[in-house]
Design a protein around this ligand. Structure first.
Ligand code: NAD
Length: 337
């Protein structure tokens, strides 16, 4: 039996991963360590909360004392590190929290895990650390880091610390960098759930700039499967890009969702562009395919259809969050990643 420590398991990708892992590895023990910021929702993993091999611990990844206590109490074999401040717009208005959680928090977790003999550490990062692409080309694992937003810079900082822990101490860290995820349990400040939830309420849908920024979209379940591969077979010290092979402009995504919901395009409202808005991200995920045999299962069309259906049926999950988002972000924004 393996004991896995998952950080940020009450967030979007983390909670999907908790559910994915518990269903596929029912004998493993899983500790979900999460601070429950505005982005954390224990309801997302409620269906496994009763299991004896699941434990939720509320805590901060930057709190070394709490982490030391936890790892002394319960030896952990592997860590999957999702916990982060993750919203680009928030990083533009309040960058400090991003440095604290993403940089200091990652270093604190790496150090504690190293001191407690953790045998594998997957650090979950983002394509945004590579900066922006022109009309063509793809990010590979060798693309130099050139982050543009405070969020991306804080993630790049955490990637460099993860790398340094491998190079300096031989600590078995693996870094994954994925493109924009979508799917169930994503906080409605991000593009896809924002569009779905606003359109369901016949509210206008803000789109940044000309709407032609390009992102690669990865269904969260495909991402979870990629992390499983990396955790089980990845080579320590390596970086693996994870992409959905689904490049779309933001406006294409918005229009597909409106069409799926049978809502008019007149709901779209173009708003002033995000500061420093990266134009295009696209991933070369061939290393993960070639070396670990992973590939995404969802086409954007099928993934979006399922996601729209999920949000349409789960207002109980996102309705209360929408009220909070409205209070925290009173100005119309056009979130994206
Ligand atoms: P999220 O914002 O939905 O969830 C983050 C979780 O981390 C929340 O549950 C929050 O409570 C928790 N958290 C925040 N600060 C913490 C702290 N100091 N200590 C402990 N827990 C804390 O994020 P997400 O979209 O699920 O992203 C997860 C990871 O994947 C992040 O590291 C992010 O950078 C990366 N990533 C996300 C995407 C995406 O499209 N969502 C794309 C690429 C990479």
């Amino acid at each position: 039996m393996t004991t896995l420590l998952v950080t940020g398991g009450a967030g979007f990708i983390g909670s999907n991963f908790v559910l994915y892992w518990m269903s596929r590895h029912p004998k493993d023990r899983l500790i979900n360590y999460d601070l429950l910021t505005y982005a954390g929702n224990p309801e997302s993993a409620a269906s496994v909360a009763h299991l004896p091999n699941y434990r939720f611990v509320k805590g901060d990844v930057a709190d070394s004392r709490a982490l030391r206590k936890l790892l002394a109490e319960e030896p952990v074999d592997a860590v999957v590190h999702f916990a982060a401040e993750s919203h680009v717009d928030r990083s533009i208005s309040e960058p400090e929290a991003f440095v604290r959680t993403n940089v200091l928090g990652t270093q604190t977790l790496l150090e504690t895990a190293r001191q407690h003999g953790v045998r594998r550490f997957v650090h979950v990062s983002t394509d945004e650390v590579y900066g922006s692409l022109g009309e063509t080309g793809l990010f590979t694992e060798h693309t130099p880091l050139a982050p543009n937003s405070p969020y991306a810079a804080s993630k790049a900082g955490s990637d460099l610390l993860a790398r340094a822990y491998f190079e300096t101490y031989g600590f078995p860290v693996i870094i994954t960098r994925c493109s924009n995820n979508y799917g169930p349990y994503q906080y409605p400040e991000k593009l896809i759930p924002m569009v779905i939830t606003r359109a369901l309420g016949n509210r206008e849908v803000p789109v940044y700039g000309d709407g032609l920024n390009v992102r690669d979209w990865l269904h969260v379940e495909d991402h979870c499967a990629a992390i499983e591969r990396v955790l089980e077979q990845g080579v320590p010290g390596q970086v693996y890009n994870v992409g959905g092979n689904n490049e779309r402009t933001n406006i294409e995504i918005v229009k597909s969702i409106l069409a799926e919901l049978g809502k008019p395009e007149s709901l779209i409202r173009y708003v002033a562009d995000r500061l420093g808005h990266d134009r295009r991200y696209a991933m070369d995920a061939s290393k993960l395919r070639r070396e670990l045999g992973w590939q995404p299962r969802y086409s954007a069309q099928e993934g979006l259809k399922r996601t729209v259906a999920w949000y349409a049926g789960r207002k109980d999950w996102w309705g209360p969050l929408l009220e909070t988002t409205g209070r925290q972000n009173p100005k119309p924004q056009a979130p994206e990643g």
